[in-house]
Design a protein around this ligand. Structure first.
Ligand SMILES: [Zn+2]
Length: 265
């Protein structure tokens, strides 16, 4: 198997895999979604809430805030030395106070650890009118996506690499059809026939041109044997870190499997 990096940003990577199967990439996808831990608010103590939202709704909104995650410094609650009681190695306290009138944002949350804070400070939590206020203490812990979706680190998907052939000569009717493609894409395709630059692989071209411009058109679209894996994070961890953690989890799972097979012998 061979992997090549096509696109790398903090919150998104695209990798091209040769000589692999969808089964393997689906395994990676499921491990990322279900097993790679991130931080999220789990317990909320509402000390004061005269806002229009119920305590439960505030709790729900806080739980879904992506928090930047430091996997080195924290343990999963069930694997921590405190045996699940909660300590500085497995949980972080956060506080939120707000007074109306105005909107309370994620950036108003104060964290006991500067490494664990809302990934998107401008996310609104609640709007307060004059005289309304909230006072909340929350506890964030590491958790896994298989327990609750708030701990899922990324959106992961894969698809066969599109193989695009641009016909050099097209008749008037076909050209008209090709016009439904976003402007410039035909030229772009002609320059880049292996279609690996991200606007082509990722984008609208695949969708719009293919739907509107079937194989007898200016662009012939087939699928290659190679597969492209996309990881788009929700902000808790870098895309690279997400993949590294998934690889670690897979390795551990395989080691455990090997051990249990040996015990059976
Ligand atoms: Zn602990």
């Amino acid at each position: 198997m061979e992997a090549r990096l096509l696109e790398k940003e903090k919150d998104r990577v695209a990798l091209l895999f040769k000589d692999t199967t969808p089964v393997f990439l689906n395994t990676i996808r499921r491990i990322i979604v279900e097993e790679v831990p991130t931080m999220a608010i789990e317990d909320v103590e509402v000390r004061k809430n005269t806002s229009a939202l119920y305590d439960e709704m505030l709790g729900h909104r806080l739980g879904l805030l992506p928090l930047t995650t430091d996997l080195k410094s924290y343990n999963l609650l069930e694997e921590c030395k405190c045996e699940g009681k909660g300590c500085a190695r497995c949980q972080v306290k956060l506080t939120l106070e707000g007074k109306g009138p105005g909107i309370v944002y994620a950036s108003d949350i104060k964290s006991a650890d500067s490494a664990i804070k809302p990934a998107f400070p401008k996310m609104p939590i609640v709007q307060l009118l004059k005289g309304q206020s909230i006072e909340i203490e929350a506890t964030a812990v590491l958790g896994k996506g298989k327990v609750h979706s708030k701990w899922i680190p990324a959106h992961v998907y894969y698809k066969y690499k599109p193989k695009l052939t641009v016909l050099e000569k097209v008749d008037e009717k076909t050209r008209e059809k090709a016009e439904v493609c976003p402007p410039g894409t035909l030229g772009l395709l002609r320059q880049n026939k292996d279609a690996l630059s991200s606007p082509i692989v990722d984008g609208y071209l695949g969708q719009v041109c293919v739907e509107e411009n079937p194989s007898e058109g200016a662009v012939i679209v087939e699928q290659d044997k190679d597969i492209i894996l996309f990881i788009e994070t929700f902000g808790q961890l870098d895309a690279k870190k997400v993949l590294q953690e998934a690889a670690k989890v897979l390795e551990n799972m395989l080691n455990d499997f090997e051990k249990s097979l040996k015990q059976k012998d």
